[in-house]
Design a protein around this ligand. Structure first.
Ligand code: C2E
Ligand code: CA
Ligand code: CA
Length: 355
């Protein structure tokens, strides 16, 4: 593929460093292909004989592990293999194996967190969040296993399962007579870029019989770093189906704001890191105010996530943000508990309809 091996004989670590720096320098310049100026990044991993292995296959494997470590630390860099990298790698392999098993062994479930309108005190939506309780490894946070699922591609079948389970649950609640509200599902970039994504969403809606207006997809703003035209066309297809789109963790990416105008999106979710300390941190206050007024100007709905205190709520309310999510109202909870605490309380079931 796009991987190459160099074998240097009788060199010290310092001499190797000089060599790899020269290699990295080559890639600082652009390459010209027809009329296009292209930049290529490279990541290097180094293993030394005999400390990092006495056999070629071990040396290559360890150089590979070091290379992945370089990639993770931001590309265009080099790393010497360390035992610590090897430990991380082994841990990841164990996790990956357990995750592949999890899908088929009922270890995964979805919890729901309400989105509240603080003026009417009604729930206007819910976010589906994945939970994994591994029989071997215990409770594992999505922050740990979602990136691994993305890296390994497991996110594709996993993401489909999440979407389907969330849509099915939402439809079940509607059939029980509760006032319909949309369910928001987090979509990872890898899923979004997958060529079959739109089709798979369409099939899931058909299969579960959920009306598209009750599905919202949460996508992070890093989608704007990819091919803009293809992102816009995917978003347009989803929108044409009746699905709404939210930009998650808004404000944490480094993307240009111009895409906000171009993307057919419905909601901006202010990242938790800005809501935190809103009462004591004047920079966060300024950022949140700016996001809210920008959203208003662009005719987008704005949601604040991670609201934990009354003070934060008060600030948001007085600045025109009326939809919030956070521990102040509820952490994400199981479907049974969600039904008991929110659906039954906030909107009494109408006449139950069985189909
Ligand atoms: P996210 O989409 O930004 O989700 C919000 C996270 O904040 C959730 O963590 C939620 O439990 C937590 N949270 C909600 N309210 C509060 C609060 O008031 N205070 C604090 N401190 N935290 C709050 P969680 O469930 O651990 O998920 C972490 C991340 O993992 C999510 O961030 C999302 O990026 C990813 N994730 C979770 N479930 C899925 C999924 O089904 N698919 C994909 N692709 N990613 C998921
Ligand atoms: Ca989210
Ligand atoms: Ca978020």
């Amino acid at each position: 593929g796009d991987e190459f091996t160099f074998i240097l004989s009788s060199v010290t670590k310092d001499e190797t460093t000089i060599f790899v720096k020269r290699l990295l320098n080559i890639f600082k310049k652009s390459f010209t292909l027809k009329d296009h100026e292209l930049f290529v990044t490279s990541s290097l991993g180094i293993s030394m004989y005999p400390t990092d292995g006495e056999h070629p296959d071990v040396l290559i494997k360890n150089a590979d592990i070091a290379m992945y470590s370089s990639k993770e630390s931001g590309r265009n860099s080099y790393s010497f293999f360390t035992q610590e990298m090897n430990d991380d790698y082994q841990k990841k392999m164990v996790l990956e194996k357990a995750l592949r098993k999890a899908i088929h062994s009922n270890e995964l479930k979805i919890v729901y967190q309400p989105k509240m309108n603080i003026e009417t005190n009604n729930i206007i939506g819910m976010e589906a969040l994945l939970r994994w309780e591994s029989s071997d490894l215990g409770m594992i946070s999505p922050a740990e296993f979602i990136p691994l699922a993305e890296e390994t591609g497991i996110i594709l079948p996993l993401g489909e399962w999440i979407l389907k389970t969330a849509c099915l649950q939402n439809k079940r609640w509607q059939d029980m007579g509760y006032t319909p509200i949309p369910v928001s599902v987090n979509i990872s970039l890898r899923q979004f870029y997958d060529g079959n994504f739109v089709e798979s969403v369409m099939n899931i809606l058909k299969e579960t019989n959920l009306d598209a207006q009750y599905l919202d997809l949460e996508i992070t703003e890093s989608i704007s770093s990819a091919n803009i035209n293809s992102v816009i066309s995917t978003l347009n297809e989803l929108k044409a189906m009746g699905i709404s789109i939210s930009i998650d963790d808004f404000g944490t990416g480094y993307s240009s704001l111009s895409y906000l105008k171009k993307f057919p999106i419905n909601n901006l979710k202010i990242d938790r890191s800005f809501v935190r300390d809103i009462t004591s941190n004047s920079e966060n206050r300024a950022i949140v105010k700016t996001i809210i007024s920008m959203a208003n100007n662009l005719n987008l709905d704005v949601i604040a996530e991670g609201v934990e205190t009354e003070e934060e709520l008060k600030f948001l309310k007085s600045n025109g943000c009326i939809v919030v999510q956070g521990y102040l109202f509820s952490p994400p909870i199981s479907d049974e508990e969600f039904e008991r605490t929110f659906l039954k309380q906030h909107n009494e079931p109408a006449k139950t309809k069985y189909k």
